[in-house]
Write a protein that binds this ligand. Structure first.
Ligand code: TRH
Length: 347
């Protein structure tokens, strides 16, 4: 099938990161033809670094969806409006007058909240005469699933090129932590707690995080802070899989940390109306199901930056839980996860 994916970048990298994974999985795992229209190609190129010429994928500027249209036009079978972005009017007008009308899919944000299952896959009545559906990613079987693309492999021998110099700055016996957080996160206090432990840590600060911290005047005896440039998406996945603990954010790095099978703190995207508190709680309800009350409290406090050094003392138990969660997650997505479910839904 032919798919047009529309990606509007609101802020940061997650919109591009998710659209790219979606396009890549559809093309490489399901042999689909993709046109990915994006309103911010430089950001998308940061994510795709070196991979943008994959067979089956054309990356195009937003305007190319309606300018220089071919006659007859290249008509898609499916149109994805990522994060429910609006389609360009001229593009919409073209598909409205064609006899072969595509299916429109509103791809929504990921949430573990229970209502998602009731809304997933529902049709949206509209006046265009086009079929339009809401597709909700989610953790449960009756939702749109998770973007697996592909599950990271643990290959300690193969350090990606972009990380060679960075990884060499770490020490063989130290614990490794990666940090990719939003400006409001209390990272300095968190690091200060870590610094008091009798242990040495290598801290990989994702692009932008070192600047946020502004650490020139701090002495961290036990912490080796390593500031990173923006690295290709697959290499970032590798880093998550090779650290002992990760701080992640948004939606995509949050899923990758879980697929990496490592304990993590999720710095959830803050929303003005406080909706992120409900979303975090809904996720923790699933993530902590069946876990001892002690570990439940500890992980909940850690996710709220409240656990001081306690999380460290319980790291082995948390790591075991993270591995268990990883395999349960993969089992539940054995139908191909989001992309498998999307292809089946559309078919
Ligand atoms: O960047 P994010 O905060 O993205 C988003 C956006 O804010 C978006 O508007 C919102 O909808 C969403 O969060 C919930 O965090 P996220 O989702 O983790 O996306 C980051 C992407 O960047 C992810 O695909 C991994 C990638 N990445 C790299 O490729 N290289 C890097 O060096 C780093 C740090 C990240």
């Amino acid at each position: 099938m032919r798919w047009d994916i529309f990606c509007q970048i609101i802020d940061n990298y997650g919109d591009a990161g998710i659209c790219w994974r979606l396009a890549r999985s559809l093309a490489t795992q399901y042999d689909q033809n993709i046109r990915l229209f994006c309103d911010d190609l430089p950001t998308l190129q940061l994510i795709t670094m070196g991979q943008s010429h994959l067979k089956g994928i054309k990356i195009l500027p937003w305007e190319a969806s309606y300018q220089n249209a071919r006659h007859p036009p290249e008509l898609p079978d499916v149109v994805i409006q990522a994060f429910s972005c609006e389609l360009p009017t001229r593009y919409l007008n073209t598909i409205l007058v064609t006899p072969h009308k595509p299916i429109l899919i509103h791809l929504e944000y990921l949430s573990a909240e229970p209502w998602v299952a009731d809304f997933h896959g529902k049709a949206s009545p509209n006046t265009h005469g086009l079929q339009k559906y809401f597709f909700f990613p989610g953790f449960q079987a009756n939702t749109g699933g998770l973007l697996l693309d592909p599950i990271p492999k643990h290959d300690p021998e193969h350090c990606p090129k972009s990380l060679k110099v960075i990884w060499e700055q770490s020490r063989p016996h130290s614990k490794k932590i990666s940090i990719f957080s939003y400006p409001g996160a209390p990272i300095k206090e968190w690091l200060a707690n870590l610094n008091q432990l009798q242990e040495s840590f290598d801290i990989f600060l994702a692009f932008g995080n070192a600047q946020l911290l502004n650490l020139q005047h701090h002495q961290w005896l036990n912490l080796n802070l390593i500031s990173m440039p923006f690295i290709p998406q697959d290499d970032y996945d590798w880093l998550l899989a090779h650290c002992d603990f990760n701080i992640v954010r948004g939606e995509d790095s949050f899923i990758r940390a879980q697929l990496a099978g490592k304990p993590f703190i999720w710095n959830i995207y803050p929303q003005d109306d406080g909706a992120h508190h409900t979303k975090l709680k809904a996720f923790l309800d699933l993530y902590l199901e069946g876990v001892t009350p002690q570990l439940q409290d500890l992980i909940t406090e850690a996710m709220e930056w409240q656990s001081g050094q306690d999380w460290w003392n319980n790291l082995p138990a948390w790591t075991e839980h993270a591995k268990h969660w990883q395999s349960a997650l993969i089992d539940r997505q054995s139908d191909g996860g989001l992309v498998g479910r999307l292809v089946k839904f559309v078919s």
